[in-house]
Design a protein. Structure first.
Length: 374
């Protein structure tokens, strides 16, 4: 949560206005962006490992997490435009062939607080992004068991989120082609362990390379549809203008498209913004990712963009995962603005200014930190 413009860091027991305290063991150091529906941001200095430890993995909830989750009684149903509706228990899922994908999961609103002018919504900084190895059966294998009818063109996910009042349920759908992709999963494990509650236990959808909202948590229903699901979190939510928009523009729903794959992006995880360092060798480092594309180049500028230098990319790389990068800089005394920009296999390069839109989605401007060297 923010008090004024100051993010609140989570401690073991954190005061909640008018409602006592919350205790979230293992989540110390995370930035609380929302108390109502728990939203935790990863501090940028934690974006320095290829696989993010689960306690440091960002948390995005659209409503209340399920208060009770019984793995023995849990089932996921598969219905809609299928020949044979099925229902699977967790143990039955475990008997299916498991597949693993290292995926960088990013909230579509990551960086929203950096847009100018400001837009409404959770005011994420740079840390609504993390990377993990997700494992579980392929969604396509489960759908083929049910037998997809020729009329099946989209696949809908519904979770066990507890819906407050008249809030519409969190339901989203993806095209059948992405659902049948060999890397799209019903994930039951994360970094080699069963999913934690905050990350969708006992099972979640995992739609690699796409915005985090596509990977529904606490999965309970999969439904094959004739067309894209019609609901609040498909329209007007999670859509992007077809044409460039300016602040003050009215964007009609019919002039938008659903968000799918992530943009090309890099972030500097060190040195931190505002740091004071000694002259000499300084390691500038961070991460870069590009959704369904691959990172081919990251460049760093230490003179505010007047010149750019190639960085060294880490050896650990995977199709949908970020790659870590480093740049060794010999710094003299002074004040500096350090910039980073990434280029991907589709030829996209981070822009100097992100495309503004009314919901603050897909922010990917060149990253920057300002430091002082003594």
């Amino acid at each position: 949560m923010t008090i004024g413009a100051v993010p609140l860091l989570l401690s073991r027991a954190l005061p909640v206005p008018q409602s006592g305290t919350i205790e979230i063991p293992g989540e110390d150091g995370m930035i609380v962006r929302s108390f109502r529906f728990l939203d935790l941001e990863t501090p940028v200095e934690y974006l320095n490992t290829w696989l993010t430890p689960v306690p440091h993995f960002f948390v995005r909830n659209h409503m209340h997490e399920p208060s009770q989750l019984d793995p023995d009684g849990w089932r996921v149903t598969v219905g809609g435009e299928v020949a044979k509706p099925i229902s699977l228990t967790l143990s039955e899922l475990a008997k299916l062939e498991s597949h693993s994908i290292v995926n960088t999961l990013e909230c579509a609103g990551n960086g929203r607080a950096l847009h100018h002018p400001q837009v409404p919504g959770i005011q994420w900084g740079k840390g609504a992004v993390s990377t993990a190895r997700f494992s579980g059966p392929r969604l396509g294998d489960v759908l083929e068991r049910a037998g997809i009818k020729p009329t099946g063109k989209h696949v809908m996910f519904r979770g066990l989120d507890e819906i407050p009042g008249k809030v519409p349920p969190f339901i989203r759908s993806i095209p059948i082609e992405k659902a049948l992709d060999a890397d799209t999963l019903i994930a039951t494990h994360m970094n080699g362990a069963p999913l934690a509650k905050h990350h969708g236990f006992p099972a979640r959808a995992l739609v690699p390379g796409w915005i985090g909202a596509a990977s529904c948590k606490w999965l309970t229903e999969i439904k094959v549809l004739e067309s894209e699901f019609a609901g609040n979190f498909m329209s007007p939510g999670y859509r992007f203008p077809n044409q460039p928009a300016q602040p003050g523009d009215t964007v009609k729903p019919e002039d938008t498209h659903p968000l799918t794959a992530l943009n090309v992006k890099s972030v500097i995880s060190g040195p931190l913004d505002g740091a004071s360092l000694k002259a000499g060798k300084i390691a500038v480092h961070g991460a870069a990712w590009a959704g369904e594309a691959s990172i081919v180049k990251v460049e760093v500028s230490t003179d505010g963009g007047a010149s750019w230098n190639p960085v060294s990319l880490g050896r650990e790389q995977a199709h949908y995962a970020w790659c870590l990068w480093t740049y060794d800089w010999r710094a003299k005394g002074g004040d500096y603005t350090i910039l980073s920009r990434a280029t991907d296999s589709q030829g996209r390069t981070q822009p100097a200014i992100a495309a503004w839109n009314p919901s603050g989605y897909l922010y990917n401007a060149v990253d920057q930190v300002k430091i002082h060297v003594a």
